[in-house]
Design a binder for this molecule. Structure first.
Ligand SMILES: Cc1cc2nc3c(=O)[nH]c(=O)nc-3n(C[C@H](O)[C@H](O)[C@H](O)COP(=O)(O)OP(=O)(O)OC[C@H]3O[C@@H](n4cnc5c(N)ncnc54)[C@H](O)[C@@H]3O)c2cc1C
Length: 565
């Protein structure tokens, strides 16, 4: 109430100034009747100071200095302007030089917490399907602390970023777990070179907040912004970008701490074998502590949508999307349960004004409408039909214009059900050479229908070939099929999911494709090696740089550990 630092939003100004006025009136009446009128003079200095402090902080909220209050010296017009500014104008969105946005301060994107059970720490992921008890947790805030944690121990180590991968990729039983989320600073930013160097625990949403005032955006990231850079590099993620693909295409260099605690810089030109092993290497080669990434311009993009038979999509994609100037994001939704129709959605650069005031997504929203539709699609009769023929045609009527950072900044919270105790939403993904699109869709839809998979959506994205990472999921130009579905959490449901997942993996492999590794590890070792033919090279490198098999998680335990005996 009394300090001059920080920012004060409109509503708080109204409340606090009303409280100050009420307190003044009460005290005034009391002083007047008890001590006489002259005694009320002592009340004015504190009142004026309080009003001055509130006004100063309100101006800070507008991104202006307190000296703006000198306008009060202008007769008539001055007080009107100041009153309007303070009482009615909205504060600047996001951080400003006077402090963080008070409307979002302390409110965050959805995070996955570590849990305590019987005095032990349990690492899980957003699905809740993979609880793993670890020996201890270290939360490094400096690179030295990472090196130190590795050097002063000899046992297994697991590494976690945002903990959103869905199949135990962040933990191994009884390991020392490195939770990287507090190693999250920006180290260097070069607008001229369009690059940023960051610590690996930083999340995309944090980077967007940093970059937005400078007019820049992340070049390649996922659709949601909750994920860490380290977790994304280790999975070699992709987004909905046109003309791009795996994240590695935007990485200049990484710094990684190896199993002996030594630090190595790696890029396509320096220690290239480490670079191509660690990116997409699921934490098995070492702990990525820093990365230098390329940036893009933060421009406005306008949505264009078109529905078609899915057999027309490949031609449509080639003619209107693949080489389209200004196309930034693209995906096509295939509607379950028949997968016969596609809605192609492309976001194209535009100079039109944004239709959404916000430049960045606001964290902490509750998304009741999205959650209701997710429930209705998966739980009510004709839910999928209503989505395809009633809801989406209305949703896609308009042509909204968003900033790129807004469109790439969604919060996973919008997908979060009220409870995951009986049913949970899960992702899977398959990659298929673009010429094999129709062949794969026919096989995929037959499998999903036969097993009555409760699919919410299949989102098709595009990616150029990976330049050489050993666990490349895009060995050539591919379409990615992102399947979002709902399953029960009980054991027999998990077993049934494993059966149809393996059928889908076979279907992808049969068209020279692959499947994605950050999800549930249902693939057999044979399927894993068929989809990732260079995995044995990666395993050979791991034996060299991590001879005592220190860096582990469920994926490495399942596919690598048996090769050691
Ligand atoms: C709702 C949802 C939507 C998704 N959408 C997409 C999408 O559009 N595109 C896409 O490609 N993926 C998508 N994914 C998958 C997601 O990108 C990956 O699971 C990604 O790894 C999540 O990042 P994270 O920070 O949570 O990583 P984590 O899950 O914490 O870690 C992933 C892997 O990286 C390792 N790791 C983490 N940090 C480091 C580090 N500093 N050094 C070395 N290894 C490390 C971990 O050991 C683990 O093996 C989605 C996932 C969810 C839940």
């Amino acid at each position: 109430m009394l300090g001059l630092r920080g920012r004060l939003p409109r509503v708080k100004l109204w409340i606090r100034s009303s409280l100050a006025a009420a307190a003044f009136i009460l005290l005034f009446a009391a002083f007047d009747s008890l001590f006489g009128h002259a005694s009320t003079l002592v009340l004015y200095p504190p009142l004026l100071w309080i009003l001055f402090a509130l006004a100063a902080r309100r101006y800070h909220d507008l991104g202006k200095p307190a000296s703006r209050l000198l306008l009060l010296l202008l007769p008539l017009i001055g007080p009107i302007v100041v009153l309007f500014d303070l009482a009615f104008r909205k504060g600047t969105e996001g951080d400003n030089p006077y402090g963080p946005d008070p409307l979002t301060f302390g409110i965050d994107y959805l995070t996955v917490p570590l849990a305590l059970a019987g005095g032990k720490v349990v690492v899980n992921d957003v699905t809740g399907l993979n609880p793993i008890t670890v020996a201890a947790v270290v939360t490094p805030t400096t690179v030295d602390e990472v090196c130190e944690a590795i050097r002063r121990t000899t046992g297994p180590i697991s590494v976690g970023g945002g903990h959103f991968s869905m199949g135990g990729q962040t933990a191994s039983a009884a390991s020392l777990h490195l939770d990287m989320r507090r190693l999250n600073g920006v180290i260097a930013f070069s607008p001229a070179a369009r690059t940023i160097r960051v610590q690996a625990g930083v999340r995309w949403c944090d980077l967007q907040r940093f970059l937005d005032p400078h007019g820049f955006a992340v070049k390649i990231m996922q659709t949601y912004a909750n994920f860490t850079v380290g977790g994304s590099l280790s999975v070699n993620v992709h987004g909905r970008y046109v003309g791009l693909g795996p994240l590695i295409l935007s990485v200049r260099t990484i710094r990684i701490v190896l199993a002996d605690g030594s630090m190595v810089d790696a890029s396509p030109h320096e220690n290239a074998e480490i670079f191509y092993a660690a990116i997409g290497g699921y934490g098995g080669i070492g702990v990525i502590v820093e990365a230098e990434l390329e940036l893009a311009e933060n421009r406005r993009v306008e949505r264009q949508a078109k529905t078609m038979r899915r057999t027309e999509y490949l031609r449509f994609f080639r003619q209107h999307v693949r080489g389209a100037a200004g196309a930034i994001f693209h995906n096509a939704d295939l509607y379950p349960p028949h997968y016969e129709r596609a809605r192609a959605v492309t976001w194209v650069n535009t100079d039109k004004p944004a239709t959404t005031r916000a430049r960045l997504q606001r964290p902490g929203r509750s998304y009741p409408i999205s959650k209701y539709f997710l429930w209705a699609i998966t739980e009510t009769p004709f839910g999928k039909w209503r989505r395809e023929f009633l809801v989406d045609p209305i949703v896609y009527l308009g042509k909204p214009v968003h900033w790129r950072n807004y469109e790439a900044g969604y919060d996973v919270a919008e997908l979060e059900p009220p409870s995951r105790s009986e049913r949970t939403y899960v992702l899977q993904e398959y990659f298929v050479p673009i010429d094999r699109f129709d062949e794969f869709v026919s096989r995929m839809s037959e499998i999903l229908r036969r097993h009555r998979v409760n699919a919410v959506n299949v989102s098709v994205r595009h990616a150029l070939a990976d330049p050489g990472s050993l666990l490349a999921w895009a060995r050539e130009e591919v379409f990615a099929f992102v399947l979002y579905y709902k399953q029960r959490v009980r054991e027999n449901a998990k077993t049934r999911v494993a059966v149809w997942t393996r059928e889908l993996i076979d279907a992808a492999i049969s068209v020279s494709g692959s499947y994605y590794l950050p999800y549930q590890p249902h693939a057999t070792p044979e399927q894993f090696h068929a989809a990732y033919p260079r995995a044995r090279e990666l395993f050979a490198m791991k034996r060299r740089v991590d001879p005592n098999f220190r860096f582990r998680n469920v994926m490495w335990d399942k596919y690598y550990a048996p090769t050691l005996t």
